[in-house]
Design a protein around this ligand. Sequence first.
Ligand SMILES: [Zn+2]
Length: 284
Amino acid sequence: MTARILRNVALTALIAVTAFTAAGLFYGDPRFVGLFEFRNSTVPNGQAADQQPGTAAETVGSDAPPPGLEEQDSPLGTADEPPVPSDSFKFLAMNDDGTPVGYSPCRPLHYVVNAGLAPAGSENLVEEAVGTIARATGIRFINDGPSTEAPSEDRDPYQPETYGERWAPLLISWTTPEVSPKLKGQVIGTGGSTHYSFDGGPKTFVTGSLDLDAPQIAGELERPEGSAYATAVILHELSHVMGLEHVDDPLQLMYPEIGTPDGLAAGDLNGLYQLGRAACRKDL
Ligand SMILES: [Zn+2]
């Protein structure tokens, strides 16, 4: 892509909400929703977009992969219908037409795991949580295996030298507050995604990251029902990654405090279901 990318658009929607429960667990998130605007690039119908010489756009054509990689004509998977209707959900970002910003369901969402600090007993937790989100959204996830990429607050969404000419995969990191300062104090996890758009058009997430406080979760895993709490943390953060915001309803997993860790509730499931119906994007 011979894209010029306007990078001077401020990061938005950093809402750090932390709270604690009887179990002493805090969520600290959503971590970020980055916004990047393509300018002077190819628009969805293949015509050249308006040229805007003299804007603040910088030419960084190598900062975006070729568009439409692995993108199919229709969604790859089918989400499970939410068993109970509920409108107790909220989206992190919206398009002008009122649709929520999500990932394209017409391509797989690749992820890698930096598991160097993963605590004992956590081996299957991430994969199981990803499977739960896949069923709730219909998004097809592909585990690209382990990664040594360190978590970063300004992670580059395109890293061809590391991951090839595609959007960087979702990075799930077992990390520490020293490496990921947003985990300082009693925050146990953060998560978020980066969305792109063309000239103010509809936005779509292209990659994200999820940081898990390994020492704190290791402590939880030593407690009775610890794995249920750890799973709740991972599901909550993955739901931010997919595009869900916090809600005020304490029955939902997207409530900012961890209550009884029963997993995704009706509002969470309805929100994730809608996110799984985001637009396909051959142009991104
Ligand atoms: Zn949260």
